[in-house]
Structures are given as structure tokens and as C-alpha cells.
Design a binder for this molecule. Structure first.
Ligand SMILES: *Cc1c(COP(=O)(O)O)cnc(C)c1O
Length: 394
């Protein structure tokens, strides 16, 4: 039993292996949101912006996330969604290399990141382009034409993890600016942005940070470059003096210029409370435990079902905090597991995915999942038309 599990509200009878999509409810977040609603919004009304620090949340929470990703104080700002953050990072990165026009990414990247790149390119027009190569071919594809290397560290489908330090160095050697998407890294694997030297990074907070559905994203800009950026999404709260209501934009110092509009105060309150648990844990330790639990699950599942093909690498430095498999009946298998109270998820076309978060997942969870899976296989419970009907969110 891990010490921190008691800090989460987990429903009885549920084995939750989907914290890589949406972390569970921290009890502290439930209480903090209730207090923010009643004691702050309910009594302070508009005074909350000044009196209880709502306006400072984006910077204050950025400083709480910074140590989890090896970033300096003052280099991270919270708000918006990850898709918007990637757009901001890309536009900023391209502006640092005006004489180059190619964005390089890989086929393991999350679609939204690639869509954002495509949208930005169509706005900028020729000769900008997006090039995606297989994850193992990224380094070889770098060259004097690449303006920006944009990658997600941990592949959301397979759990494969890039070597951030090595690829950042290679990209810098080729003269490119580097952006890391840390969606499946933050709170799950050790990240050291300062050591790797990437110019930009962004991530979401509703996955391993347990900030709640729709929790805001974060953006990191290396302290020596943020001052050179003219933000493309220049919103009033990124202005140096928003309440001067100056018709002309003048950027706030540093990363604060990437703020856009009014922060989601209730979501920020939930996130702020959710971050407390990270003050008491070591991410390297969490990741080591996640690898051991994931391997235990893999061994048990593959014993029950030898057709299950493991996708997630074995070396700790090459994997995130999930375990993924392929199987032709993957969707039905996941649905059958969910009906038994074991919640994982499915990613097209045939991937079964289980997030492992040792903040609350224990060996007992893994053993429960293995037992349920073996039962489903032995009794062909997955072979039911009800489990083949696709829901909107898989
Ligand atoms: C989850 C995820 C996103 C989601 O972006 P939102 O704007 O928060 O919906 C983007 N990129 C990656 C790599 C992700 O894993």
C-alpha cells in the first residue's frame, strides 16, 4: 500500500489504470474547489482577483510545476490548453529562425500537435512545411533546413520515450530550435529542461498531475529566449500592464507574455491542491515503481493471453509510465475489462493502454487487473457484440 494512495478519492470496486488520460480526484482538490467557490467567489466576488491571488495563479502554479520538469523559477506559466500552448511554442520557435522553414516531428506525435503545426503552416504559407519521420529516424532527418524540432517525449500510444538530452543536442548542433511536449512525462518521469537546454516545452496537467478534467496546460520558455519573443496570441493578460488598457501590445517580461486571457480560477484551484502531493515524492522513485508494476502487469496479461504483443520498451530510460499492447480484439478486451471494474483505455487501431501511477496504484491493483484479465480470456467474456460497439471517447 503506498502512502499517497489515501490522498485520492478512488471509487470502491474500481481498479484505475487510466491516470495517463485523466488522473483521479485528489481529496485536497475536492476540498479546495469547494472552498474557492464558497469562501472566495461566494464572498469576495470580484475582489478575489486581488485579495486571494487569483490573478497570480498562472505564475504561482508555474513555479510549482517548474521543479517537476527541471525548470527554473519564473520560467513556466499555467493556463490555456496544451493544443494552444503548442501553437504558441511553434510560432515562437519559428520566429527565432526566420531563414528556415521546416518543422520536423515524428509519426509518434499526438495528432493535435501535428494539426496545430499544419494550421500554423497554412497561415504562414510557402515555403513553410511539416516533415514527420519515424521516431527512430529523427536524428538523421535533422539538417540545415530544419527550423524547429517538435517532439512529444513519451509516445501516447506505445509509451516509448525519446532521449531528450541527446535529441536536443543534435537539433542544436544542426541549428534548430527545440520544443518538447511533456504531456505524458510531467509527474511521471524525471525531466530536466535546464540540463537539456530546449528552448520551449509545454504539457497538460490533467494526466499524471491529477489537475482534473479540463485542467489548464503549462508553457516553459528558456529564460534567455522568452524576452525575444513577440507572442502571436497576444492577449491582454500577456501585456506588461493589462490594466493600463493600452491599445498597443507591449509584452510582459519573460514567460508571462505567453498568458492570453482570464485564468480558469476553479480549475487552477483544483490543480494547485493536486500539486501538493508532489512536494512529498521523488519522480525518479515513482518512475522506477511504475516500471516494476507495468512489467508485473505485462507478465500476467501475456501469461493469460500469449497473443498480446507488448509495445512498451523494457529499458527504464526508454519508457514512460504506461504499458501498452496490441491485439486484434483490443477494443473488446478493454471494454470487457472495464465491465469488470478495471479501467484502461484503447487507442486505434488495436492498442490496449494502461496507465500506471504509483501515487495511487499498488501491486494489489495490478494483481486485480491480472486476475480480471485471465478470467475474461478463460471464459471468452470479451467475445460479446456489446463490447465491440465503439463509444465516442475510447
Ligand atoms: C493529451 C495530449 C494533448 C492534449 O491536448 P489538449 O489541448 O489538452 O486537449 C496534446 N498533446 C499530447 C502529446 C497529449 O498527450
Amino acid at each position: 500500500m503506498t502512502r499517497t494512495r489515501a490522498l485520492f478519492d478512488l471509487p470502491d470496486g474500481v481498479t484505475y489504470l487510466d491516470g495517463n488520460s485523466l488522473g483521479p480526484l485528489p481529496k485536497a482538490a475536492r476540498d479546495r474547489v469547494a472552498r474557492t467557490v464558497t469562501d472566495e467567489w461566494g464572498t469576495q466576488l470580484i475582489g478575489g482577483w486581488n485579495e486571494v491571488g487569483w490573478m497570480d495563479q498562472p505564475a504561482r502554479l508555474g513555479d510549482r510545476i517548474a521543479p517537476l520538469i527541471g525548470a527554473a523559477t519564473g520560467s513556466v506559466v499555467v493556463g490555456e490548453t496544451l493544443s494552444i500552448r503548442m501553437f504558441q511554442c511553434l510560432a515562437a520557435a519559428l520566429s527565432l529562425r526566420p531563414d528556415r522553414h521546416m518543422i520536423l516531428s515524428d509519426t509518434g506525435n499526438f495528432p493535435s500537435d501535428l494539426y496545430v503545426a499544419q494550421g500554423l503552416i497554412s497561415t504562414l504559407g510557402q515555403p513553410h512545411s511539416l516533415c514527420t519521420v519515424a521516431p527512430q529516424d529523427v536524428e538523421a532527418a535533422l539538417g540545415p533546413h530544419v527550423a524547429v524540432l517538435m517532439l512529444t517525449e513519451v509516445d501516447y500510444r506505445t509509451g516509448r520515450r525519446h532521449d531528450m538530452a541527446r535529441l536536443t543536442r543534435a537539433a542544436h548542433d544542426a541549428g534548430a530550435v527545440v520544443i518538447w511536449d511533456l504531456a505524458h512525462s510531467t509527474g511521471a518521469v524525471p525531466v530536466d529542461l535546464t540540463a537539456c537546454g530546449a528552448e520551449f516545452a509545454a504539457g497538460c496537467t490533467y494526466k499524471y498531475l491529477n489537475g482534473g478534467p479540463g485542467a489548464p496546460a503549462f508553457l516553459y520558455a528558456r529564460p534567455d529566449v522568452s524576452g525575444d519573443i513577440a507572442p502571436v496570441l497576444a492577449g491582454w493578460l500577456g501585456h506588461a500592464a493589462p490594466f493600463a488598457f493600452d491599445p498597443a501590445f507591449a509584452p510582459a517580461p519573460g514567460v508571462a507574455r505567453f498568458r492570453v486571457g482570464t485564468p480558469p480560477v476553479l480549475q487552477m484551484a483544483a490543480l494547485e491542491a493536486a500539486l501538493d502531493v508532489f512536494d512529498t515524492v521523488d519522480i525518479s522513485d515513482l518512475h522506477a515503481r511504475a516500471c516494476a508494476l507495468a512489467d508485473r502487469l505485462a507478465a500476467g496479461f501475456q501469461r493469460a493471453c500469449p497473443d498480446l504483443r507488448r509495445l512498451t520498451p523494457r529499458a527504464p530510460e526508454a519508457r514512460g509510465s504506461q504499458i501498452s499492447f496490441t491485439h486484434p480484439d483490443g477494443y473488446a478486451l478493454v471494454q470487457a475489462l472495464i465491465s469488470q471494474g478495471v479501467i484502461g483505455d484503447f487507442r486505434a487501431p488495436d492498442i490496449l493502454r494502461f496507465g500506471i501511477a504509483p501515487l495511487y496504484n499498488t501491486q494489489a491493483d495490478i494483481d486485480t487487473a491480472i486476475e480480471a484479465f485471465a478470467h475474461i480470456i478463460a471464459n471468452r467474456l470479451w467475445d460479446d457484440p456489446a463490447y465491440r460497439r465503439r463509444k465516442a471517447v475510447t
